[in-house]
Ligand binder design. Structure first.
Ligand SMILES: Cc1cc2nc3c(=O)[nH]c(=O)nc-3n(C[C@H](O)[C@H](O)[C@H](O)COP(=O)(O)OP(=O)(O)OC[C@H]3O[C@@H](n4cnc5c(N)ncnc54)[C@H](O)[C@@H]3O)c2cc1C
Length: 444
């Protein structure tokens, strides 16, 4: 019997690819075009990334690129060092990238700067008082509530579209959390971390969707594709699982790698395990909208900046603006820059923003906050309920995944509700899902 891979975003494609490498012919169940959120559009000399904009260089991704023959298409930032900025008290301020910059940074008040060395060295400063706390509560004893809000809130809004008062310190900073639980000082934690520095970021020439295209090119003749939604998974009396699909097909499979998340996952697992379904239903998601603008290269963007991130409460729920072509010049024609504006997030709720309003209002915000006088809207992409909110207590959902996997050998959950939301996290988790079902096959 085959393995079913539910969903063909990057996680599903990587899982299927790993299975095919060992001679299996998996069944992929996917109602849309393979690729999921990896969506790149070529438009008049621009490479527009409607989904992920940059990738983080991690070993699994490097190996995948090598295997897919994409290594030569990797582009690193042309500007080094580049900066990230946050909007604070009416101006763009650079996120400090070292001790020297931190001492000069106006993001940190003097009382925090003066007490920081002691707080960094002192064991137990961030020792949590509960089984999980918010990022605001966790970091306040170290850098103060104001700096946490001014600095960490916009940065995490840029990644999760979420709020530091709600996001979980335990789930978002797992390494730091376990060091803090052991009462280590922050410096103690940093010393014990594996060496190697901050991983590089990169883009793919021609667009990040090329990863999905390259994977699909290798898979299409070696998998069975069911162009439908998987509606339910149940245990099969004679062993293995039955997957019911929205086109009426009923598949008997030996194992299942599940990459879907959110409402779709909650419905899918109801027969397998009611409790997991209700945990997943309670999971919150942030919707994001990506608006691409073309601006003349003569416009005054912040020098050597990759982008600017905004705190909560901005007009139009503005979260961030990326200056993609400032550090990756090949993604725009020589006389133009591309700006990627992200709006939405948990604060905005689920209502779909009005696109004509965004076309009108966002250029006014670009003028007001960045001094950009002329911006032409190229494209708007809406991602409803796109990013899971790893709020305080999220570890309980992860524990539920572990419990249901243990009770159902051959099922692996590798969706975005678990194990990191970045593309490199998705690749790593998909590979570990394949390892899991393979171990069961070998021992069962
Ligand atoms: C605007 C935006 C910007 C981002 N920026 C970055 C970035 O810069 N860097 C980064 O690393 N990450 C970024 N991310 C996150 C990253 O893109 C995603 O986490 C990743 O692409 C998710 O991959 P996935 O395969 O897990 O899920 P998806 O890409 O969502 O794929 C899931 C697939 O499963 C299918 N599916 C769902 N339910 C079912 C079902 N019941 N049956 C069958 N099929 C089903 C869906 O149709 C979909 O194709 C960004 C995300 C967004 C939305």
């Amino acid at each position: 019997m085959a393995t079913a891979v539910i969903g063909a975003g990057v996680a599903g494609l990587v899982a299927a690819y790993e299975l095919v490498k060992t001679g299996e012919r998996p069944i992929i169940i996917e109602p849309s075009t393979p690729g999921g959120m990896l969506r790149s559009v070529q438009h008049d000399g621009f490479t527009l990334e409607a989904g992920p904009n940059v990738l983080v260089e991690r070993p699994d991704v490097v190996q995948l690129f090598r295997e897919l023959g994409l290594k030569d298409d990797v582009c690193y930032p042309a500007v080094q060092p580049y900066g990230q900025f946050v909007w604070c008290d009416g101006e763009a301020r650079k996120v400090p990238s070292g001790v020297g910059e931190l001492i000069r940074s106006s993001l940190f008040p003097w009382n925090i700067k003066l007490s920081l060395p002691g707080r960094l060295l002192l064991p137990g400063v961030i020792k949590p008082k509960a089984e999980d706390v918010s990022i605001l509560e966790f970091f306040t004893p170290l850098i103060g509530a104001q700096v946490t809000k001014n600095l960490l809130d916009p940065v995490l809004k840029g990644i999760y579209g979420g709020d530091v008062a709600k996001l979980s310190a335990r789930s978002i900073f797992p390494g730091l959390w376990s060091a803090a639980e052991r009462g280590l000082s922050l410096l103690g934690y940093m010393r014990r971390r594996p060496r190697g520095g901050k991983p590089a970021i990169f883009v793919v020439r021609g667009g990040i969707q090329r990863i999905a295209d390259a994977l699909w090119a290798r898979l299409k003749d070696n998998v069975d594709l069911i162009p439908a939604r998987a509606d339910s998974i149940a245990r099969h009396d004679g062993g293995g699982y039955v997957v019911n699909c929205s086109n009426g097909q009923q598949l008997s499979v030996e194992s299942c790698i599940v990459t879907s998340a959110g409402a779709s996952l909650a419905g899918l697992v109801k027969e397998l395990d009611k409790d997991l379904g209700s945990y997943i239903s309670a999971q919150q998601y942030a919707s994001l909208t990506v608006v691409h603008f073309s601006v003349p290269r003569s416009e005054p963007l912040i020098k050597d900046a990759f982008g600017i991130l905004f705190p909560g409460g901005m007009p139009e729920n503005l979260l961030g603006v990326m200056f993609n072509s400032l550090i990756f010049p090949h993604v725009a024609p020589p006389d133009k820059h591309i700006l990627t504006v992200i709006v939405g997030g948990a604060q905005a709720g689920d209502a779909r923003p009005d696109e004509s309003r965004l076309r009108e209002q966002v250029p006014l915000l670009l003028k007001r906050y960045l001094g950009v006088a002329s911006a032409e809207c190229l494209r708007i992409t809406q991602w409803p309920r796109a990013i899971p909110q790893l709020v305080v207590g999220h570890h309980k959902i992860v524990a539920e995944f572990d419990r249901v996997e243990a009770a159902n050998p051959g099922v692996a959950f590798v969706g975005v509700d678990r194990g990191g939301i970045g593309v490199s996290d998705r690749v790593r988790l998909a590979k570990s899902g394949v390892e899991r079902v393979r171990t069961v096959k070998n021992h069962g």
